[in-house]
Design a protein. Structure first.
Length: 208
């Protein structure tokens, strides 16, 4: 499946049903946010432009016949622009050149910012939880509020988070939705739904 499929209305509708199913079992408030990217990574585009310039210059000097003139500064500038523009439209290449550590940092910072901006931190029992999906980086961050002690949920919780991450990394919608639904039982055991619980956050998926 493509990244576009992950952002499709069909996936959003399935995610909404999964959210509602989870919240029928627990007092926690689950929110899912889908984003096209969490960083600009313009440096990766520039890096590929420079690499293409170097490759073009070497090719002309080494492979071209002596009668062929060297590349002019304008030629090199055009090669750079073509390379930078090409990288901007090729997500796999951008991911490769952007660096895994920087992508991880951008996604984590964006997830924490979204957690605050979307009001997830303002539930009455501090029981909000955000599943933040960033498609360019193919990464997931799960941010839980102070009222949810994920450390007590142990290895089962960590496995569920890793399953969410793996499903996005592999663009596997068929695994993503069940992984969301699987949050219900474990949250329900540790934070069961109460009789007076009310839905404090929207169930709709936040997406561009």
């Amino acid at each position: 499946m493509s990244a576009r499929g992950f952002l499709s209305p069909g996936l959003r509708a399935k995610a909404v049903e999964a959210i509602r199913q989870v919240e029928r079992q627990t007092s926690a408030e689950l929110v899912v946010a889908l984003r096209k990217r969490s960083g600009s990574y313009r440096h990766a585009d520039y890096l590929f432009g420079v690499l293409l310039v170097l490759a073009a210059a070497v090719a002309v000097e080494v492979l071209a016949p002596p009668s062929l003139p060297s590349l002019s500064p304008l030629d090199l500038a055009l090669v750079f622009l073509v390379g930078a523009g090409l990288c901007a439209y090729l997500p796999p290449l951008r991911r490769l050149l952007a660096g895994a550590a920087l992508q991880r940092h951008h996604v984590l910072c964006a997830a924490r910012a979204a957690f605050v901006e979307m009001g997830i931190s303002r539930t009455s029992a501090r029981g909000g939880i955000l599943v933040y999906v960033s498609m360019l980086e193919r990464r997931v961050e799960v941010v839980a509020d102070l009222g949810l002690n994920t450390a007590l949920m142990g290895e089962e919780w960590r496995s569920l988070v890793e399953e969410l991450r793996r499903s996005v990394r592999e663009l596997d919608e068929a695994r993503f939705i069940p992984a969301l639904e699987a949050l219900g039982p474990i949250l329900g055991r540790h934070h069961p739904r109460q009789a007076d619980d009310r839905n404090e956050l929207p169930d709709e998926v936040s997406a561009p």
